[in-house]
Design a protein around this ligand. Structure first.
Ligand SMILES: NC(=O)c1ccc[n+]([C@@H]2O[C@H](COP(=O)([O-])OP(=O)(O)OC[C@H]3O[C@@H](n4cnc5c(N)ncnc54)[C@H](OP(=O)(O)O)[C@@H]3O)[C@@H](O)[C@H]2O)c1
Length: 279
């Protein structure tokens, strides 16, 4: 049985679907037990900040897809991993972040991520680590403005970064969980091309069949808005990635192509699947 954490999220939901379609036995976990799951998938409520309580979720599991989402920043990572091992889990696939390598000085992206990766590598279980770039789904933050005023207000309108489709991340996780040859591997996951916020806005407009206006805001305005829901260090690192990506953050990774045997998907594919959020 495979336990999928973050099962109601951008990556976890499609991962649960892919594993169920492939005939795997799946337990889908989030703090609020997931609903509307594929037939046969078990839904369980579990909190990663409570390693002891989480042990019950892991009973009977052989494999674990693990993420530490913002709601689990206080998670007891070694505790959760020890509980997994004690429950008989022999393989873990970790959703990490490219920032572990590209922003080592950042407490949020680099240092916390590196500590979590290290705990996974030292867990005694077989491991695979996924390091995605920014998610294409981050534009859901624009949905309300697009619905209400057909406008996107964002900083760094002409800076492109190769954001990745969360369904590609899920497909990589499914491959790592189901196929051999991925143990001890760390994969970097990016999109196929660096697209700018202005280009993403145009794509949304084309799919909606209506023009959507792009309005550039200053980094200062973006910072003030982001500080309302993110810690200061995470805000600074995110702004740096969006406004001044490093060479490594601009490089298109071959890993999705190599493992899945098809190219990574561009933003337009994500946008077509999710356009209802913007109508
Ligand atoms: N967005 C990006 O650009 C980006 C880039 C690189 C890496 N990442 C990484 O991707 C991960 C987020 O993935 P995502 O976008 O698929 O997630 P998401 O859509 O933000 O959803 C988070 C999921 O985790 C669950 N969750 C939150 N806190 C939890 C807790 N304490 N215990 C158990 N489950 C909890 C949520 O459900 P409940 O709220 O019901 O618990 C939900 O299922 C993070 O680890 C982040 O660092 C993101």
């Amino acid at each position: 049985m495979i336990v999928v954490t973050g099962a109601t999220g951008n990556v976890g939901r499609p991962l649960v679907r892919m594993l169920a379609e492939a005939g795997e036995k799946v337990t889908a976990v989030a703090r609020r037990a997931p609903e509307a799951l594929p037939e046969g998938v078990r839904a369980v409520a579990g909190d990663l900040t409570d390693a002891e309580g989480f042990a019950g979720v892991l009973e009977g599991a052989e494999k674990l897809f693990l993420l530490f989402a913002p709601g689990s920043f206080a998670a007891d990572v070694p505790g959760v991993l020890a509980a997994a091992r004690a429950a008989g889990v022999r393989q873990v696939v970790l959703l990490s972040s490219q920032g572990v390598a590209t922003r080592p000085e950042s407490a949020s992206h680099g240092q916390l991520g590196a500590a979590i990766e290290e705990a996974v590598r030292a867990s005694g279980m077989e491991w695979t680590i996924l390091r995605p770039s920014g998610f294409q789904s981050n534009v859901l933050a624009w949905a309300e403005q697009v619905r209400g005023a057909r406008t996107v207000s964002a900083p760094f309108g002409d800076v492109g970064v190769p954001f990745v489709d969360p369904e590609d991340i899920a497909a990589m996780a499914a491959a790592a969980l189901r196929e051999s040859g991925h143990a001890g591997r760390t994969y970097v996951l990016t999109g196929p091309v660096a697209e700018t916020p202005r280009e993403r806005t145009r794509v949304l407009g084309e799919i909606l069949g209506e023009s959507v206006r792009f309005e550039e805001v200053t980094a200062e305005q973006a910072r003030a808005q982001m500080l309302t829901f993110m810690p200061a260090d995470a805000v600074e690192t995110t702004l740096a990635i969006l406004g001044a990506p490093t060479e490594d953050e601009l490089r298109i990774s071959p890993d999705i192509d190599t493992v899945l045997g098809r190219p990574a998907r561009p933003f337009a594919a994500w946008a077509r699947r999710n356009i209802d959020a913007f109508r």
